[in-house]
Write a protein that binds this ligand. Structure first.
Ligand code: AMP
Ligand code: GLY
Length: 420
């Protein structure tokens, strides 16, 4: 098979590695890809998405896998263009990807299908917002893509005033509405699911660490680490999530005529009133994907090909019941900025962990250097969380680059009572 994966980060490196490890000799391609990914997949020569689709047709690509959501929602939508060109695509159509791209669309979907979520109101002005906010804390969300900066969990009136100023007065994210949400409490959980039309397959759940500093302190990032394991939640809670959240979502997509073949990521909060949805993402999580993929064995390539053609065959893949821990190494200045060009040493000394490249490039001497905010994902799997954590951290200690940042509490915080 000829398979192309879009994207260029650690998630895509992990997906392509899993495809590379699938039985059978497949030809792998990527766009835009990265220098590290290029050792497993050839980079497609294209300047934009329509040109990429034309190239895939000419090359006879059998399957297109969407890594991140950006191409799914931009222009005419990657999946829509693939369908018109007759290429099976793993990733939903543009109209379905609004579940991630528009907070208000997602909220209306959740209410329509009676799926547990925070109460909300959507407003268009500062005056409407002030009238709708009756108590603190409250969560304010810009209704659009905002590079991870569009959500504020406000615990004071000052925070409310600041965010309203950013959204409506300064219009920092461009024009758009605001969703005002009830503030939920409880541990967060990332649940991943493969969906092919009306059927679904739950994958190993994970928990990510979004803040830059230990103890969940400091600004939000793309994710500084993740823990994945089937044991992360009890079978009872997982069944409740499946019955009250996943199944009604899949049925709702069918009912609303929203075509969906791809991963769907449920960002959940396990509240005292049961699991509730915080957000949908129409893709795998990053860095959760880097943590989950090393637990997978079987024929991932055939699994995705069949699923993109409408048939889910869960038996083609299995997930080990081990624990996986992913530690992100980030560059100087992240997340406010990032520094590129810092030489990375020690990569070839990693022997007991898997390394995925999130933001690196080869320099003129052929050595990897930093190229972005999140630089590397170091992933270890083991029968216990403690062992996975020890290995990931001791292996990561072999890598150095100027300005390196990482959290020291991945797998410790939030896991005080975890088995192992
Ligand atoms: P989102 O971009 O919607 O995932 O929100 C980013 C983060 O804000 C989430 O991971 C939560 O930590 C927090 N958050 C979002 N919505 C709520 C809510 N309704 N209640 C409490 N925290 C929330
Ligand atoms: N780990 C959070 C995300 O992928 O959005």
């Amino acid at each position: 098979m000829k398979i192309l994966v879009t994207g260029k980060g650690g998630r895509e490196h992990a997906l392509i590695s899993a495809l590379h490890n699938s039985p059978g000799a497949h030809s792998l391609f990527t766009w835009p890809g990265s220098d590290a990914i290029a050792s497993l997949a050839s980079r497609a020569p294209a300047t934009d998405v329509p040109a990429l689709v034309a190239w895939m047709v000419a090359e006879g690509i059998d399957l297109c896998v969407a890594g991140d959501e950006s191409l799914l929602v931009a222009g005419d939508g990657l999946a829509n263009l693939c369908k018109a060109a007759g290429i099976p695509c793993w990733g939903p159509h543009k109209q379905s990807a609004q579940l991630e791209a528009s907070k208000e669309f997602a909220k209306q979907f959740l209410v329509r299908h009676q799926i547990p979520t925070a109460a909300y109101a959507a407003v268009s002005s500062i005056e409407e917002a002030r009238a709708a906010i009756s108590s603190l804390p409250v969560v304010l969300k810009f209704d659009g893509l905002a590079a991870g900066k569009g959500v504020s969990v406000c615990t004071s009136q000052e925070m409310v005033d600041d965010f309203l100023d950013v959204v409506f007065t300064r219009q920092q994210f461009g024009p758009g509405r605001l969703v005002i949400e009830e503030c939920l409490t409880g541990p967060e959980l990332s649940v991943f699911c493969s969906i092919a039309d009306g059927s679904f397959h739950l994958l190993t759940p994970a928990r990510d660490y979004k803040r830059i500093r230990d103890n969940d302190d400091g600004p939000n990032t793309g994710g500084m680490g993740a823990v994945a394991s089937r044991s992360i939640v009890s079978p009872e809670v997982l069944t409740e999530i499946e019955d009250r959240i996943v199944r009604p979502t899949v049925a709702g997509l069918v009912k609303d005529g929203l075509p969906y073949r791809g991963f769907l990521y449920f960002g959940l909060m396990l509240t005292p009133d049961g699991p509730k949805i915080i957000e949908y993402n129409c893709r795998f999580g990053d860095p959760e994907c880097e943590a989950v993929m090393p637990l997978l064995s079987g024929d991932f390539a055939q699994y995705l090909f069949d699923a993109a053609n409408g048939t889910l065959n869960p038996d083609l893949i299995t997930f080990s019941n081990h624990w996986s821990l992913c530690l992100i190494l980030a560059s100087h200045g992240y997340p406010e900025s990032s520094r590129s060009g810092d030489a990375i040493s020690g990569l070839d000394t990693i022997s007991h962990a898997t390394t995925f490249h999130c933001g690196t490039r080869l320099n003129n001497e052929g050595n990897f250097e930093t190229n972005g905010g999140r630089v590397l994902a170091i992933v270890a799997t083991a029968p216990t969380l403690t062992a996975a954590r020890e290995t990931a951290y001791s292996e990561a200690a072999k890598i150095s680059f100027p300005g390196r940042q990482n959290r020291s509490d991945i797998g410790l915080l939030h896991f005080a009572n975890a088995p192992g």
